[in-house]
Design a protein around this ligand. Structure first.
Ligand SMILES: Cc1cc2nc3c(=O)[nH]c(=O)nc-3n(C[C@H](O)[C@H](O)[C@H](O)COP(=O)(O)OP(=O)(O)OC[C@H]3O[C@@H](n4cnc5c(N)ncnc54)[C@H](O)[C@@H]3O)c2cc1C
Length: 336
């Protein structure tokens, strides 16, 4: 018998920002740790596979998800003074952008460059969200996780999360093993602007507040990226590829204007959007999907399409980039 707080045969099309048609056999949204443990226990008893879904802004959903989809709805958060800083303890179900605006509204520093990234706080460590020169790893102190197998809780330090560019332990060793339940973030009381990325500094006056920075980031993002509420998308569809210094040098000889960013580990990050644009694909339409006309890194869904069709489009784009530049593009959203 289905527990009272589980829904069955739930339509997930509105629960993913790409609006891919999808439904879940069972769905629950636990609001406490105890309720989450109960869900996991019950799923094990029924031998149901478990999938985690936050705001659905970084997933490619299949037509049908058998088993239980757990949407962690732990929405409490609080602050604790710690020396010169404040530690924010944030439940996995808190909306990321709402948290950013609440903290900058209090004059705190740390999250302002990460404004307007859709989704939940619980998913933020999974791909180490980043924008405008800042990554979650820069502010994260620790993560509380619950093991799916037996519901026990554990803490991971930021170091143990093994963060990299759009990478973390939650995509490797701990993939499918834990649900993130709480983040602890270190926020500063004193001004610490990071304005070196894009034209942020030019757009801001002297001594901006963290709220000014967040508002400017929101404006820039709104100018460049389609709003998923208006046009279905999952943000960047491909990761910016990392290539060897040697490969970057060869490419730069052929394409001197190619944007490139040297990394500390000696590799060079290229702009996937630029590579796609150079293949003449910006604004291209492929049936129900297309490459956004302002940002070639974003694939949009006009309606009526599904995951296999989208993956075929992605493959075609990646093949064109590979043929022209010899660079492999990797899909950023997670395939549940
Ligand atoms: C318009 C747009 C702009 C974007 N801009 C950016 C950007 O600038 N930078 C950036 O980094 N990303 C960006 N993204 C991607 C996305 O917003 C982030 O990856 C975000 O963290 C996803 O959160 P979510 O709650 O929607 O996760 P979901 O899409 O629901 O899930 C993503 C993955 O996390 C897992 N997961 C979800 N919750 C938990 C949990 N509590 N514990 C463990 N695993 C969990 C899921 O199983 C899945 O594998 C953008 C997306 C859109 C649509």
């Amino acid at each position: 018998m289905t527990p009272r707080n589980w829904l069955s045969e739930v339509d997930l099309s509105p629960a993913n920002t790409l609006q891919l048609p999808s439904s879940a056999e069972y769905f629950c949204a636990p609001v406490t740790l105890k309720a989450l443990q109960d869900c996991l226990r019950r799923a094990h008893q029924e031998m149901l596979p478990i999938q985690l879904l936050g705001g659905g802004s970084n997933v490619l959903l299949p037509e049908y998800l058998a088993g239980l989809v757990v949407h962690p709805a732990l929405t409490q958060w609080w602050m604790e003074p710690r020396g010169d800083s404040l530690l924010a303890h944030v439940g996995a179900g808190v909306n990321w952008h709402a948290l950013v605006m609440a903290t900058v509204g209090k004059g705190l520093w740390g999250l302002e460059n990460l404004a307007l990234i859709p989704g939940s706080c619980g998913a933020a460590p999974v791909q180490n969200i980043g924008a405008y020169g800042v990554e979650l790893a820069d502010v994260l102190e620790a993560v509380e996780v619950m093991y799916l197998a037996d519901g026990h809780l554990a803490w991971l330090s930021a170091e143990e999360c093994a963060f990299g560019y759009r990478e973390s332990i939650f995509k490797s060793e701990l993939l499918g093993k834990v649900v993130i339940t709480r983040l602890v973030l270190r926020l500063k009381r004193h001004a610490a602007p990071v304005l070196g990325y894009g034209d942020l500094a030019q757009r801001l006056g002297e001594s901006p507040s963290s709220l000014d920075v967040a508002n400017t980031v929101c404006r820039v993002r709104s100018e460049k990226l389609p709003d998923p509420a208006q046009l279905a998308n999952a943000g960047s569809f491909f990761k910016n590829p990392l290539v060897s210094a040697e490969q970057a040098r060869v490419l730069l000889d052929a394409y001197p204007a190619m944007p490139h960013f040297a990394q500390q580990n000696g590799t060079v990050k290229l702009a996937a959007g630029w590579l796609i644009d150079q293949c003449g694909l910006k604004g291209a339409r492929f049936g129900a999907f297309g490459v956004h006309h302002r940002q070639a890194l974003v694939l949009v869904h006009f309606g009526g399409g599904n995951r296999p069709e989208l993956l075929a489009v992605a493959e075609q784009i990646a093949a064109e980039v590979k043929a022209r530049f010899g660079v492999l593009l990797e899909i950023e959203p997670r395939l549940l």
